[in-house]
Design a protein around this ligand. Structure first.
Ligand SMILES: CC(C)(COP(=O)([O-])OP(=O)([O-])OC[C@H]1O[C@@H](n2cnc3c(N)ncnc32)[C@H](O)[C@@H]1OP(=O)([O-])[O-])[C@@H](O)C(=O)NCCC(=O)NCCSC(=O)C[C@@](C)(O)CC(=O)[O-]
Length: 336
């Protein structure tokens, strides 16, 4: 893992986080806060939503329901099930209410959904959703393309969603897209990311998921972005959401782990892509992330073989090979 040993020292909040020779376990013991010492990581499985939203061919609702039910049996504790957005813009998610009424909700598993505005939230409440996510962007152009409003206007809409959610006893997660680059404007400054993340955190999001929407980030740009964000959002309240477009996702996840992040979004079989980010390919594959965490001695509570079976199930339905490298290897080795 020499690639992950940094020659220089990076300073965040007056703490030195990385040196040339320190291993992850030493970092865990010496540098991180009490929450961050834990060897637990949380996976937010986004495949039923982020994984499928970009599929051109409509996936039958019963297949989606069966997919979510199968994921629920693998040990995953958070499964983002669908999104309550415009069916004209994202037809694949048009069956959101049906999905939420048909799935079997396993005790101890959380099934959050995306709600960009009050309209989506009210629909979600009517089908018993317990957690929602609002989704903003650090890039003005992406905000316009994705949710048809400026960053400023999006924050006002989100405030309404958070206030109404609080009344209904619903937790709210916040996404910030384009944290390491934008498909329309290119570079996005760490300060712009921190500004939106701070607003969302202050308005009441319990967690801020930092999205590398087009997968352009590297550990170099990630470190700079995290340095800015951690000044305004506690690291234990931050999550990382990686797409693997440039093959950097696992490197970025490992890097974020070293910087104290313990929540990671991923998608079984590497499904995914955003309809409003041309060229954005799949999310990092959950199987690959779990395999790496297992190797590092981190507990995810997820049964990897069960997960590979579920990835195979949905890949077969979509008529394409499983995009997880770990799944491909285990399929060949175990004749799955
Ligand atoms: C945000 C809106 C709704 C604003 O859309 P708008 O056009 O500004 O909203 P509007 O209030 O003017 O309404 C226009 C029409 O949409 C309807 N409408 C309005 N709201 C809803 C709703 N909630 N559910 C269902 N319908 C809705 C509304 O009823 C009306 O219908 P019409 O009168 O024309 O028939 C729209 O732009 C939209 O749905 N965008 C889709 C956004 C989306 O799903 N993007 C992909 C997910 S984000 C992502 O993938 C990134 C992430 C999270 O994974 C992290 C990362 O990777 O970076």
């Amino acid at each position: 893992m020499a690639i992950f040993r940094y020659a220089s020292r990076f300073t965040f909040s007056n703490k030195v986080f990385l040196t040339k020779t320190r291993s992850l376990s030493v970092l865990r013991d010496q540098n991180l806060g009490s929450n961050e010492k834990s060897n637990q990581v949380k996976i937010v499985e986004v495949s039923p939503r982020d994984g499928l939203q970009n599929e051109k061919q409509q996936v039958p609702t019963d297949i989606k329901v069966s997919f979510i039910n199968k994921l629920s049996k693998t040990g995953l504790k958070v499964i983002e099930a669908t999104s309550f957005v415009s069916p004209k813009l994202v037809p694949q998610m048009a069956d959101c209410s049906e999905i939420m009424t048909k799935i079997t909700r396993e005790p101890g598993v959380n099934y959050p959904v995306l709600t960009p505005n009050l309209k989506g939230l009210e629909k979600a409440i009517s089908v018993g959703v317990k957690e929602v996510a609002i989704f903003g962007a650090a890039s003005e152009k992406f905000s316009q393309a994705n949710i048809n409003c400026s960053i400023k206007d999006s924050l006002s809409r989100f405030r309404e969603v958070v206030e109404r959610s609080n009344l209904a006893g619903i937790s709210v997660r916040g996404y910030v897209s384009c944290v390491l680059g934008c498909p329309y404007q290119g570079e996005v400054s760490p300060e712009a990311v921190a500004e939106v993340a701070e607003e969302m955190y202050k308005m009441g999001c319990y967690e801020i998921s930092l999205g590398d929407t087009i997968g352009v980030g590297t550990p170099g740009s990630l470190i700079k972005m995290l340095a800015a964000v951690r000044k305004v959002v506690p690291i234990e309240r931050s999550a990382l959401h990686c797409h693997d477009t440039y093959g950097q996702a696992l490197a970025n996840i490992y890097c974020a782990l070293e910087h104290g992040i313990r929540v990671f979004d991923s998608s079984v079989a590497g499904l995914g892509g955003c309809p409003f980010a041309k060229g954005a390919t799949g999310n990092v594959a959950t199987e690959d992330v779990i395999y790496m965490f297992q190797g590092l001695g981190f507990h995810t509570g997820v049964n990897l073989i069960d997960l590979v079976h579920v990835g195979n199930y949905i890949s077969q339905h979509l008529g394409r090979p499983n995009r997880s490298k770990v799944a491909v290897a285990l399929n060949a080795k175990n004749n799955l």
